[in-house]
Design a binder for this molecule. Sequence first.
Ligand code: TA6
Length: 285
Amino acid sequence: MSLVHTTLEHIQRDQIEIINLENQHATLQVSLFAGHILSYVPKHDQRERLWVSDKAKYDGSTPIRGGVPICWPWFGPASQHHLRGHSTLPAHGIVRTCDWQVVHLSESEYESCLSLKPIIAEKYKNIGELTVTLHIRFGKQLSISLETHNASDHDETFFAALHSYFAVNDIQHTLVEGITAEYVDKLDNSAVKPAPSPYEITEEIDRVHLGTCNEILISDGEHSTRIESSGHDSIVVWNPWQERSSAMADMVDDGYKTMICVETARTQPNVLPAGKVHRLTQIIS
Ligand code: TA6
């Protein structure tokens, strides 16, 4: 059996350590700050699937704008459950701004596999007893799986999202197929609305679709990116459009034109019983 022959190179970008991986099927770039995938390019079509802002910050002080941010153990603002004595906590959890370490690297005939774990800062150690591991497999497709483990002797609550930013040619010619579940409109007082059909993006959107929608296709007129999800209860679709893009320090004014976030998420309160493991998975091709 011949293996995919993985090569690995460490590079430094400003304050952040990045690893570049390559095998016979694809290249992958992962930031060890935030356990954050920055790039995935399959060799069969040489097309970058992910989008990263030209103004993303790599100083380790703020989450990287683009790629696949990991939201865990909450999504959006911290819940009361997680505050536990903290007056404030960062949006989208605590692992978007901590260092991660590679704990496993292997390869098979078809793909390279790596696993990373966050190094949780002392000040956050009281937010719960769950642990998290990110498993990445890449070859002709990219599989990202966030594994949450409750090794304690009691139930724990968590939320999570793979907050993936996908590259598109032009958002105004982009169609999202496969999302049929109604959504909570975060820009309209959480009003619940039916999924649009056809699903086009013509303005700022911030939608939490409450349903599984396991297979989604993003088509931009020239290319299609396929997303398979599992272990989720929601698909979040976000585009900041023009005004918000301009207002964001780490986004160029017209950044919204070439990206769309389609996120595989657990946005509803859910309990992980003692001893159990949950996997939130997104497969990109
Ligand atoms: O997933 C959508 C969202 O929660 C939006 O509400 C929007 O604010 C976005 O994520 C980006 O959040 P961030 O904390 O990265 O600026």
